[in-house]
Write a protein that binds this ligand. Structure first.
Ligand SMILES: [Zn+2]
Length: 345
């Protein structure tokens, strides 16, 4: 996205008659020559056939061109007073495992064997994807030094979770990795995989998984901020029928995503809340300008914009050229002063 080309969200709002005063102000605050060029572009875009037709598949329509959904009138989930749904207890046990601590996990002292146990059923999908129910017998022994009962942790499942790690990871990957809906995952698990799950149950498990993964997510954030060069970009992302923004910050080793309803530098400020020394490599979207002089504009975008000049009438060429071409000197000076290779530019 360059400052001298139309913001798709602006275009969509203009077409839908939902343009806000802020969007209009942003448009008018530009250089008069740039406004003239954008008006020409706007006119051409509206005359063109950019708008999806009635038979365009939903997946082919950019998120920013989709109309916002009406807000839900009813709350999601069961009505108050309605009996809850818990996973049915498996009716068979395929395998049994026993867990007992060799010593106290706190003081490492010897334990008094009490003979007391509890059992826990975990259902999972091993490598062959045939659901397997494992009954874990967990010994609860007594530490005389700590004066408390201790028991080992079952490594195959999250605490209080009846689904094993493989099933949880598969469901999470299908949903967050591939974009499969929760309803479809329930159908596949309950049908093909013969492993009973519910939409509510999956959502609850994903929240637990998120809590476990958060430290890794935060570590990726820190790694990105500690890098010397960081690439960033953003694209439209639907959240409950509304257009939000998926932001991405990436280095050769780490990629950090976050989703925000804001496409301005407020969202970037959240990411850069901590100290950073990165050189930020981006396109010409204005939100990134707040991070100059520690920023580097993308050569590919600049070259594409320059190439597009040939297709423009000569009068709009003058309006287009100054904002981007003014960066050429800046880019040149960066290249001579950088010690690291400019990856991906
Ligand atoms: Zn102890």
């Amino acid at each position: 996205m360059t400052p001298a080309s139309l913001d798709p969200a602006f275009l969509a709002a203009f077409r839908a008659g939902t343009l806000t005063e802020d969007q209009a102000d942003l448009f008018l605050n530009r250089d008069p020559l740039e406004v003239r060029f954008l008006l020409l572009q706007l006119s051409a875009a509206i005359a063109g056939s950019g708008q999806p037709g009635p038979h365009t598949p939903s997946g082919s329509v950019p998120p920013y061109l989709k109309p916002s959904a009406k807000s839900r009138s009813a709350k999601v989930g069961a009505q108050p007073g309605h009996p809850g749904h818990t996973r049915p207890t498996p009716t068979r046990i395929d395998r049994r495992e026993t867990h007992q601590l060799p010593a106290c996990p706190c003081c490492h002292g010897p334990l008094q064997r009490t003979g007391r146990t509890r059992t826990r059923l975990v259902e999972d999908l091993p490598d062959d994807l045939r659901s397997e129910v494992v009954e874990h017998t967990i010994h609860r022994d007594w530490c005389p030094a700590c004066r408390k009962q201790v028991e080992p942790t079952v490594p195959d499942a999250l605490p209080k979770c009846t689904l094993g790690h493989s099933a949880v990871a598969l469901a999470a990957w299908l949903h967050y990795g591939l974009g499969t809906t929760t309803r479809q995952i329930v159908d596949v698990f309950n049908g093909h995989l013969q492993l009973k799950v519910s939409e509510g149950g999956l959502t609850e498990i994903w929240h637990r998984l998120a809590a476990v993964l958060t430290p890794w997510y935060e570590q990726i954030h820190r790694e990105c901020l500690a890098a010397s060069v960081l690439h960033a970009d953003e694209t439209g992302w639907r959240v409950k029928g509304h257009t939000w923004w998926l932001w991405c910050a990436t280095t050769p080793a780490s990629t950090y995503y976050w989703i925000d309803d804001n496409r301005g530098h407020d969202s970037l400020n959240q990411f850069f809340a901590e100290e950073f020394a990165v050189v930020l490599v981006t396109d010409f979207w204005r939100a990134y300008d707040a991070f100059a002089p520690r920023s580097q504009k993308c050569w590919a975008h600049l070259l594409r914009d320059v190439a597009a000049l040939d297709d423009r009438p000569s009068e709009s060429r003058a309006a287009f050229a100054p904002p981007d071409l003014a960066n050429v000197d800046f880019l040149g000076s960066r290249i001579t002063t950088r010690r690291e290779p400019a990856t991906g530019l």
